[in-house]
Design a binder for this molecule. Structure first.
Ligand SMILES: Cc1cc2nc3c(=O)[nH]c(=O)nc-3n(C[C@H](O)[C@H](O)[C@H](O)COP(=O)(O)OP(=O)(O)OC[C@H]3O[C@@H](n4cnc5c(N)ncnc54)[C@H](O)[C@@H]3O)c2cc1C
Length: 452
């Protein structure tokens, strides 16, 4: 009898998690992974550190090679194969490989893990010297350019966490950096007291922030070496530009198969990662998930989520019954020696979800001051009507990012702020204060509520 076939489209976090999990679940399954590029299973989260030079070789970001998957996990990886459409009625994927005729690849189960593409960039054709840094292939091109041309001035368009990490990478290479952002503040989704910590850290390193200004065009000099970045509030000169203007889920394949998109315009999936078409799963940056605090579908594309969604999709495609309940919106980043992290909802997101949010910001320390503890700024958000914890955000030079993890657990457990104040969190002078930032913030929130 022919082996049942699983086809996975996309070979990075979600796709390779799905293929690997399906293999463990079902040793008999034939597993084919189609990847239009030539890189598999790499840590895109490490790209800024490759740009800065802290990671010296692109290969260091590769978790497992295609040969490893072929030889050790019996997974057929087909590089340079682009899926162009899916026909659920005939259970076929149509794919292109080089100049050959389109291939028809039959499947019994299918996982779509096509990730996301850079959002529509700047109008017009971008001249050489303008890069995206959304995947390994583009990061390699950017790094080669930086190594060979040694530009002195760089512009990053976009001030989300990726834009800021890339700005930091350029600054580490002694490039003068300007960041142009459409929004008023850096790090959209963070609260103002946390945003201002990052803005101060950037300004302290000489980064020029141009906010509230959309880039309208990028032009090049006759030699092509000098770029002019025109934006609504003026123009900047540079020799390299990196576009970090956000991403959009790649959904065209799903749409070709009449698979339903959700309200976020990413692929809608249930908690088994099943799409609206039986036997077709989706995972990672192409799919939406559920926010456990708001209860609503959300597009929150992160590597950590892509791995978990991929694992659940692969388990189910291999015959299991795994579930992924959703996320609480936890994100951490580090740039300009400042760690920032958030979990839960921001004030704006909480309002949009129908809560009545209130917040408090406290100052604390990473650990005992007599051992060099560094200042922390933390903002706690809660719902005035129910007392439910809604979110927690932290910024600080040291030990800030993972401080949101306890709050993330509390959000999963739907705890009220009143339950947080006396949580038994770990303490010793080298890594905490007797009163942890989360506990101080909870205590302040409780006092604020009593005053109301
Ligand atoms: C600079 C940067 C920093 C980041 N930092 C963090 C971080 O610190 N923490 C964190 O959690 N996340 C981070 N992320 C996000 C994280 O990398 C992504 O969420 C993750 O890579 C998503 O994995 P994925 O498998 O869903 O999609 P992708 O990584 O986008 O992979 C999708 C793959 O599908 C392939 N593909 C697409 N269409 C087709 C097709 N039609 N046929 C065949 N193949 C196709 C693509 O070529 C691609 O290789 C960062 C991302 C970037 C770019």
């Amino acid at each position: 009898m022919a082996r049942e076939t699983l086809v996975v489209i996309g070979a990075v976090a979600a796709g390779m998690s799905a293929a690997s999990r399906a293999r463990r679940r079902n040793p008999q399954l034939r597993i084919i992974v189609l990847e239009k590029g030539h890189d598999v299973s790499y840590g895109a989260c490490g790209l800024p550190f490759y740009i800065s030079g802290e990671v010296s070789r692109a290969d260091d970001l590769v978790v497992y090679t295609a040969d490893y998957f072929r030889e050790k996990r019996d997974i057929e990886i087909r590089l340079g194969h682009e899926a162009i459409s899916i026909e659920p009625g005939r259970k076929l994927v149509h794919a292109l490989h080089g100049a050959s005729q389109p291939l028809e690849i039959p499947y019994d189960k299918l996982v779509i893990a096509t990730g996301a593409a850079p959002a529509a960039g700047i109008p017009g054709t971008n001249p050489p010297g303008v890069f995206a840094c959304n995947d390994l292939a583009n990061a390699i091109k950017l790094r080669e350019f930086l190594d060979s041309r040694q530009p002195r001035r760089g512009v990053v368009v976009g001030a989300g966490y990726i834009g800021i990490e890339i700005a930091d990478a350029l600054a580490k290479r002694k490039i003068e950096v300007s960041v142009i952002s459409r929004g008023e503040r850096v790090l959209a989704g963070f609260e103002p007291d946390i945003q201002s910590q990052m803005e101060k850290a950037m300004e302290a390193r000489g980064v020029r922030l141009k906010s509230n200004s959309t880039v309208t065009q990028i032009t090049a000099s006759a030699s092509g070496e000098a770029l002019q970045i025109h934006h609504e509030k003026g123009s900047e000169s540079a020799e390299v530009v990196i576009l970090a203007t956000g991403i959009e889920p790649r959904t065209s394949l799903a749409e070709s198969a009449n698979i339903r998109l959700g309200p976020t315009r990413a692929i809608a999936v249930d908690d088994r990662m099943q799409t609206s078409v039986n036997g077709i799963y989706a995972a990672g940056d192409c799919a939406e998930t559920r926010h456990l605090v708001s209860g609503k579908p959300v597009y929150f594309p992160l590597g950590t989520t892509a791995n978990k969604m991929g694992r659940v999709a692969g388990d189910n495609a291999g015959g299991g019954n795994a579930r992924f309940a959703g996320i609480v919106g936890t994100l951490a980043a580090k740039a300009f020696d400042l760690e920032v992290a958030r979990t839960g909802l921001s004030t704006a997101e909480a309002r949009a979800a129908g809560f009545h949010p209130s917040s408090t910001t406290i100052r604390s320390f990473s650990h005992a001051k007599y051992l060099g503890g560094k200042p922390l700024t933390a903002t706690l958000l809660w719902d005035k009507s129910s007392g439910l914890l809604l979110g927690f955000q932290v910024a600080g030079e040291h030990g800030a990012a993972q401080r949101v993890d306890a709050a993330a657990v509390a959000l999963h457990a739907r705890m009220r702020v009143a339950d947080l104040e006396h949580l038994d969190l770990g303490y010793a002078p080298p890594f905490a204060q007797v009163w942890e930032a989360l506990l101080i913030a909870a205590s302040e929130a409780i006092k604020a509520e009593k005053r109301l």
